[in-house]
Ligand binder design. Structure first.
Ligand code: TYM
Length: 416
């Protein structure tokens, strides 16, 4: 843990530091024949996810109307991601808001595992995090788990991950977080900020719990087994920075929940508040099944995609439409399984537009080509804006890094 002399402060843009919730379940769900129909873990999300079942299995809570009103008390409105239930589940969000009302500000904490380029799915929790930062005027810790991606992917080397880490940092900065209230931690660069906390966490978690929660087996490398406390550590870092118990709220998709379950379980034993979460669903890929994922690039919309590529990908998107125009007019489409409807509904349409689109689609008044063209019209400027901000972000990296240094600063080791 940093000594007083080595304390971390958000006041300085140049930060120096020189000197049981744990449920035994990974969310997998089986039908009566024992066939798994969906799996949600930090490393695998497959199948047709039933989010209500996931709430039950993970032991989280639905965001109730009463809780929405509680949020509205501070924000003056209900954000579309909350209204349309994209963020649908939580742990202790009410506790964090009550503390906030009493004057005890929370920190936001979110992150990215830099295993590839950033796609639209990753942006969703970050856009919401930015909104929360602005509305609540709070600080944010943003972790990049380059170590996780190295340890969990046999085909990724550190050089490739470093390249993605840099690219991902540009995306993060382009979201528009406030540099004075946002600090980025790259695990392999800034481990000294996390290591003292992560060993405290590690000491309280048995191998048997880690196996049960994360599914480790005899063939897991030992780096994988040791990693979860590193992702848990930023949950407690704000208490160190502020030098008092400081609540933390984590916006993320629900795949990350196993990390928080084990961290919450040991928080109070270590004298820290349990980290609170607000969980989102997953945005689907452009094919008929599964979440948007960098590992299926043809079905993902990346922040670095050229406009023509975006257009081609969207034109090739699976939809809930009928095979012919005549059948579409006669039978109507199935908006419930259509990724194009999904993106327009969750990201671009107003509530009214979305309702109209749904009824026009299902009654056969709207053709898939029209929805795809609406999506192209919305996605292109959205991504273009990010690309413009990414270009400028190259000069802002120092302002965001927890050590106040450039990403590629020389860190060669040797005797002087
Ligand atoms: P990663 O890089 O897999 O994902 C980054 C964030 O994006 C969310 N996400 C999605 N959300 C919606 N639709 C999708 N298709 C989709 N794919 C990914 C993830 O839930 C996550 O919020 N281990 C983490 C990195 C991390 C982290 C954190 C994430 C470290 N600390 C704290 C959240 C909060 C990871 O590999 O995320």
């Amino acid at each position: 843990m940093p000594s007083e002399k080595e304390s971390i402060s958000f006041e300085k843009s140049n930060m120096t530091l020189d000197s049981s919730d744990a449920k035994i379940d990974n969310g997998s769900e089986s039908d009566s024949n024992g066939v798994k129909d969906f799996i949600v873990t930090p490393w695998e999300v497959t199948g047709d996810i039933d989010y209500s079942k996931l709430i039950e299995k993970f032991g989280t809570y639905t965001i109730s109307d009463a809780l929405l009103e509680k949020i509205k008390y501070f924000t003056g409105e209900i954000h579309p991601f909350l209204k349309n239930k994209y963020f649908f589940s939580h742990r202790d969000l009410d506790v964090v808001l009550d503390e906030y009302k009493r004057g005890n500000k929370f920190y936001l904490y979110t992150g990215r595992g830099p295993s590839g380029l950033v796609h639209l799915g990753h942006l969703m929790p970050w856009l919401f995090t930015k909104y929360l930062q602005e509305k609540f005027d709070v600080k944010l810790i943003f972790q990049l788990t380059d170590d996780e991606k190295f340890l969990f992917n046999s085909n990724l080397d550190m050089k490739t991950i470093q390249k993605y880490t840099y690219e991902n940092i540009l995306d993060i900065i382009s979201i528009g977080f406030d540099p004075k209230r946002t600090k980025i931690i790259v695990d392999t660069k800034h481990i000294k900020y996390l290591y003292p906390l992560s060993i405290e966490i590690a000491k309280k978690i048995t191998y048997s719990t880690a196996k049960a929660v994360f599914g480790f087996s005899n063939s897991s490398n030992i780096g994988m087994i040791g990693f979860p406390p590193v992702q848990g550590a930023p949950c407690f870092l704000p208490s160190i920075i502020e030098n008092k118990p400081t609540p933390v709220l984590i916006p993320a998709a629900i795949d990350q929940d196993p990390y928080w379950r084990v961290t919450r379980d040991i928080a109070e034993k270590l004298g820290y508040p349990k980290p609170a979460q607000i969980h989102s669903k997953f945005i689907p890929g452009l094919s008929s099944v599964g979440k948007m994922s960098s590992s299926k690039p043809e079905t993902a919309l990346f922040t670095v995609d050229d406009p023509e590529i975006l257009e081609t990908k969207i034109k090739n998107t699976f939809t809930g439409g009928q095979p012919t125009v005549a059948l579409q007019r006669k039978l109507g489409g199935n908006a419930n399984i259509c990724p194009v409807y999904w993106y327009l509904n969750y990201l671009f349409d107003t509530e009214k537009e979305s309702q109209e689109r749904y009824s026009d689609c299902t009654s056969g008044n709207l053709l898939c080509g029209e929805c795809k063209s609406d999506m192209i019209k919305n996605v292109k400027p959205f991504i273009k804006d990010i690309q413009t901000k990414r270009d400028k972000a190259q000069n802002l990296i120092k302002d965001f890094m927890i050590d106040g240094r450039e990403f590629f600063e020389d860190s060669s080791v040797g005797f002087k």
